[in-house]
Design a protein around this ligand. Structure first.
Ligand SMILES: NC(=O)C1=CN([C@@H]2O[C@H](COP(=O)(O)OP(=O)(O)OC[C@H]3O[C@@H](n4cnc5c(N)ncnc54)[C@H](OP(=O)(O)O)[C@@H]3O)[C@@H](O)[C@H]2O)C=CC1
Ligand SMILES: CC(=O)N[C@@H](CCC(=O)OP(=O)(O)O)C(=O)O
Length: 312
């Protein structure tokens, strides 16, 4: 058995990591006494005992815990957004390319990706790498997330206040914390324009990337390349060209993947069109956070990467 300490076990992401790991046959969770959850020496003791510590903390608290881990030489999987483009950290997106799983397996410090970047990067990176899309294109991304993406504070607001909107755009200063991560790991020349939004539902996410093609490239080729690249990836499904897979068809909704570690990629257009959209659907708390964290833990600890990644 390997031991895992979840620092931030009672938060939205931490609870979902815990709920997955209680079903893990090879991992034992070591928990902090709730009365001591901010006690630095108690954290140090548990970190030293654990094979890996998962940080499910606000950014500033995550920085403090990483200082402890550095002092003690402990392994960390950080779900916060602090280290996703930081030197000395491995980006925890196993499907990024064929070398990424080995990097994750051997790393001391792994940073779990943000929910929005997970979809955007998996769509853009392989298409740019293949020369089908340009790194210098003016990309824009519109996305909608379930309110659990905002952690306990937003959950409380949506579930207890009576003045919550059905839908609201945010991040309108265009400096969202996920931009650096999207640019770096998709290999973009420019920072994209990103308009996130939140809807009055708990879990689920859709990210849309409108594309205008130049030259001979077709939208069908984009779908074919994505299908080829992710053919062997258990958690990535590439839908057929212009096929909407949704219980609510003809509507494309953020729903259907809740509590799973799956992500669905789609290329939607009409045959022969030179424009269309790339779409990623995932559970912001699944492949966007806790499912991905358990997948990364499995890789870091040498287990099959699909053990206990889903809640259903
Ligand atoms: N929600 C999501 O969809 C995603 C979240 N993340 C990231 O995961 C991290 C956690 O987010 P989320 O779960 O949403 O946030 P929550 O606000 O739901 O949970 C944060 C938890 O951390 C606890 N906490 C705060 N400070 C400390 C500390 N110093 N020591 C120990 N525990 C502490 C909080 O306790 P208390 O309530 O008592 O303050 C709370 O239980 C963030 O960095 C976020 O960016 C990543 C991907 C997706
Ligand atoms: C709806 C909502 O507020 N979503 C969060 C992102 C959630 C996520 O991916 O978390 P990280 O904090 O780990 O980056 C936001 O836009 O900041």
């Amino acid at each position: 058995m390997k031991k895992v300490f979840i620092d931030g076990e009672t938060g939205t992401t931490g609870l979902q990591v815990k709920d997955r790991l209680v079903n893990h046959p090879h991992i034992e969770i070591i928990s902090i006494d709730p009365a001591k959850k901010r006690d630095v020496e108690e954290k140090r003791r548990l970190m030293k005992e654990a094979d890996v510590t998962v940080l499910c903390l606000p950014d500033d608290a995550a920085k403090d815990s990483v200082l402890l881990a550095k002092q003690e030489g402990c392994r960390i999987l950080d779900a916060s957004s602090v280290h996703r483009v930081a030197e000395g950290w491995v980006y925890g997106l196993p499907e990024l390319d064929v070398t990424q799983r080995d990097k994750i397996k051997n790393a001391q410090f792994v940073s779990n990706p943000g929910c929005y970047p997970t979809g955007v990067i998996l769509l853009l990176k392989p298409l740019i790498e293949a020369g089908l899309l340009s790194a210098s294109y003016d990309y824009s991304i519109n996305a909608v997330s379930g309110y659990s993406g905002g952690g306990n504070a937003l959950i409380d607001r949506f579930e207890s206040a009576d003045d919550t909107p059905i839908f609201g755009a945010y991040g309108l200063a265009f400096n969202h914390k996920h931009l650096a991560e999207m640019k770096k790991w998709s290999d973009l020349d420019k920072t994209p324009i990103f308009v996130p939004s939140v809807g009055n539902f708990r879990q689920g996410m859709l990210s849309f990337l409108p594309i205008q093609l130049n030259g001979d490239v077709t939208m069908e080729q984009l779908q074919a390349k994505l299908a080829e690249v992710y053919a062997n990836d258990t958690f990535v499904t590439v839908n057929g060209f212009n096929v909407i897979v949704d219980n609510a068809t003809p509507f494309l909704t953020p729903h259907g993947l809740e509590d799973t570690n799956q992500i669905e990629l789609s290329v939607l257009s009409e045959p022969g069109n030179k424009s269309g959209i790339l779409v990623a659907k995932l559970d912001n708390l699944g492949k966007g956070a806790s499912g991905a964290a358990v997948q990364n833990l499995n890789i870091m600890l040498g287990f099959d990467e699909d053990i206990a990644v889903n809640l259903r």
